[in-house]
Write a protein that binds this ligand. Structure first.
Ligand SMILES: Nc1ncnc2c1ncn2[C@@H]1O[C@H](COP(=O)(O)OP(=O)(O)OP(=O)(O)O)[C@@H](O)[C@H]1O
Ligand SMILES: [Mg+2]
Length: 288
């Protein structure tokens, strides 16, 4: 059967392409160099299961320092699952099992002695839907520094809150109403508040799972601009359904298909000269 015909029909329940008629001859070995010269984190031989069902297959990938790594691919291909491996958020999901290594500074973050709560302060996360706590703007940002004991007194705390809001590009809009609820802000402001909350604990890596999907184009443009700023100080891994967004904000792009990392490389190469047929099909909009 012609492969393009097969690809036009999504098979959401079937995750193992080798077992799927028409996908059997597809080589899903990753194309491109999975390594970078200055990795901040390394995923090695990652397999993820939800109960008996495997969602991620043998993924190897470096997340570079001070750069933005984009993860793209059709719905259900495992982007969120893989992103959640980086700060062990999958630990919080019943029945989810992760095999393999996730290295940071040469150490496996899945090692028994690693405290996931401390790990999540180093590897922060921003979600698809802005999720400010039902607290004041100030307390949202102060939450992390407080629970991690990063501050000695009120002056310290105010300093961190102000700096974080400033770096998230939100301070000017909220400086006169820090005592008001975070949930009272606009969607775009709430997402910047969540970014301020994530950076308040000085993480090294920020994971973003479709951070703009609930935002309008203006709020999206602000977040994209912010991502460009943040990468000077942080490593960022972002999942996005917008190929334009991946092209605008990232330096490297990883393309996933049915739980496999199919291709990875410099963003401009992925979007201009993709090597794998599946990548090309996806970026030219023929499926996904
Ligand atoms: N909590 C869960 N329990 C069981 N299966 C899950 C769970 N979360 C995800 N899955 C399954 O794992 C696979 C990968 O899901 P994942 O959410 O990682 O995909 P995704 O690429 O992020 O998709 P989308 O673009 O729709 O967000 C899917 O088949 C999904 O149904
Ligand atoms: Mg997802």
């Amino acid at each position: 059967m012609d492969i393009t015909e097969t690809l036009a029909i999504p098979i959401p329940e079937q995750l193992d392409p080798s077992a799927t008629t028409g996908h059997a001859d597809l080589d899903l070995t990753t194309v491109g160099d999975i390594t970078v010269p200055d990795p901040r984190m390394k995923l090695r031989d990652i397999n993820v299961f939800y109960g008996q069902k495997q969602a991620v297959f043998n993924v190897n990938l470096d997340i570079g320092s001070n750069s933005v790594s984009a993860m793209i691919g059709p719905s259900g291909c495992g982007k969120t699952t893989l992103l959640r491996c980086l700060n062990r958020m999958n630990d919080t999901i019943d029945g989810c099992r992760v095999e393999g290594r996730v290295e940071m500074d040469g150490k496996n973050v899945y090692a028994r002695k690693v405290d996931p709560v401390l790990l999540r302060a180093r590897v922060g996360m921003v979600f698809q839907k802005p999720n400010p706590f039902p607290k004041s703007i100030f307390d949202n940002v102060a939450y992390g520094p407080r629970i991690h004991g990063l501050v000695h007194d009120r002056t310290d705390l105010e300093e961190i809150v102000h700096t974080s809001l400033e770096r998230a590009g939100l301070l000017n809009e909220v400086k006169d109403r820090l005592d008001q609820p975070g949930t009272g802000l606009s969607g775009g402001q709430q997402q910047r508040l969540c970014i301020a909350r994530a950076i308040a604990v000085s993480p090294e890596v920020i994971l973003m799972d479709e951070p703009c999907s609930a935002l309008d184009p203006i709020a999206t443009a602000r977040i994209e601009e912010l991502i460009g700023e943040l990468r000077k100080n942080f490593s960022i891994a972002i999942v996005t359904h917008s190929m334009q967004q991946a092209a605008r904000v990232s330096q490297r792009t990883a393309y996933f298909h049915l739980g496999y990392l199919v291709e990875v490389g410099p963003t401009k190469d992925i979007f201009t000269t993709p090597k794998h047929q599946l990548t090309e099909e996806y970026i030219t909009g023929r499926f996904g």
